[in-house]
Write a protein that binds this ligand. Structure first.
Ligand SMILES: [Zn+2]
Length: 326
């Protein structure tokens, strides 16, 4: 199944079973000579079937198509290696491409110690490898074609400017068709869900980077924003304002909780915050563990934002990090 967006731009909905994001919008810029597929889906049968069926209906021959990955997450990159033909380029930024290679090369989950230090119990830690980010990642490394901010890709008569937008991942990138004021947003701006911002080894202050990257795209005129999940509601400028406001509110909520409860871990603090996972308010007790990794990572990213600006301090008690409002 596919849907025409405008001219030679199409979208193929790729279901993400069991994931609150529900579906990935894979975009195709169709060209008789060489097409471009933007983002692919998890490496799982439901995604593979939907994407290959959509591409077949559109008449895309992968021997004459390349792939652009907005970022490393497996719901975007998982199918890239098996979808690509030997002649296909797989574009991604060096930062995110390198991290995919590292994930595939290491037998152990590199985040185990970090998540343990956030305050997860040993019982929960036993399930860390069930996270879809690892399970549905591509199987083996493939040669990537690295892109950087300012590069331009030309497909289907469109000139697509690469804009680096670090934050949601360290090497996230958007594509901008200036002539038509269209932006392929990946997960940088989503409209009825807020993109997850989490901590990363070797990438400090992800929330600070993210807010900066929101400012970076707001200087471009965008008539047609194309997010990788869900649909568009309102304008991109309005949405950027709402997302920044949302993070400000979360930060103030955290400071209030920390003021009243000094020494909390990111896990404790997450348990006191208000969350919406399935479009309704969820209590921490009902939270599925698969979502707790995201939620606690998000809290840790907000704490890092405050830490970088001297608004909180933290102490390691030998097992976990404890935070204090300063
Ligand atoms: Zn993502």
């Amino acid at each position: 199944m596919y849907k025409q967006i405008e001219g030679n731009i199409y979208t193929i909905p790729v279901p993400l079973p069991g994931n609150p994001l529900k579906c990935l919008n894979s975009y195709v810029i169709l060209d008789e000579r060489r097409s471009l597929v933007i983002d692919t889906g998890f490496r799982m049968p439901e995604c593979r079937e939907a994407l290959t069926a959509g591409l077949a209906e559109l008449g895309v021959d992968m021997r004459r198509a390349d792939i652009f990955l907005t970022h490393l997450h497996s719901d975007h990159s998982g199918l890239a290696s098996e979808l690509a033909s030997p002649g296909s380029k797989i574009y991604i930024t060096r930062e995110d491409g390198r991290r995919i290679d590292e994930i595939l090369a290491s037998a152990d989950n590199p985040r185990v110690d970090e998540y343990r230090s956030f305050g997860f119990s040993e019982e929960e830690m036993a399930h860390i490898d069930d996270a879809p980010s690892l399970k549905y990642q591509q199987k083996e490394p493939v040669p990537f074609t690295y892109v950087a901010g300012g590069d331009a890709l030309c497909y289907g008569g469109r000139r697509l400017l690469v804009i680096e937008t670090p934050g949601h991942t360290p090497g996230h990138a958007c594509l901008y068709d200036k002539a038509n004021q269209i932006m392929f947003l990946g997960d940088h701006v989503l409209f009825n869900i807020t993109p997850n911002i989490t901590t990363w080894p070797g990438f400090s202050d992800p929330l600070g980077h993210y807010v900066h990257s929101l400012m970076d795209i707001s200087i471009f005129a965008v008539r047609l924003p194309l997010p990788a999940h869900r649909e568009v509601t309102g304008t991109m400028a309005e949405r950027i304002g709402t997302i920044i406001e949302h993070h400000g509110t979360r930060i103030r909520e955290m400071l209030d909780i920390l003021d009243a409860n000094p020494g909390m871990t990111p896990y404790d603090l997450s348990g006191r915050m208000r969350w919406r996972v399935h479009g309704r308010s969820d209590s921490w007790a009902d939270f599925p563990l698969t979502q707790k990794w995201f939620a606690v990572g998000e809290t840790a990213a907000h704490l890092e934002y405050l830490l970088c600006r001297g608004r909180v301090r933290r102490e390691f008690d030998g097992a976990v990090w404890r935070y204090f409002a300063d």
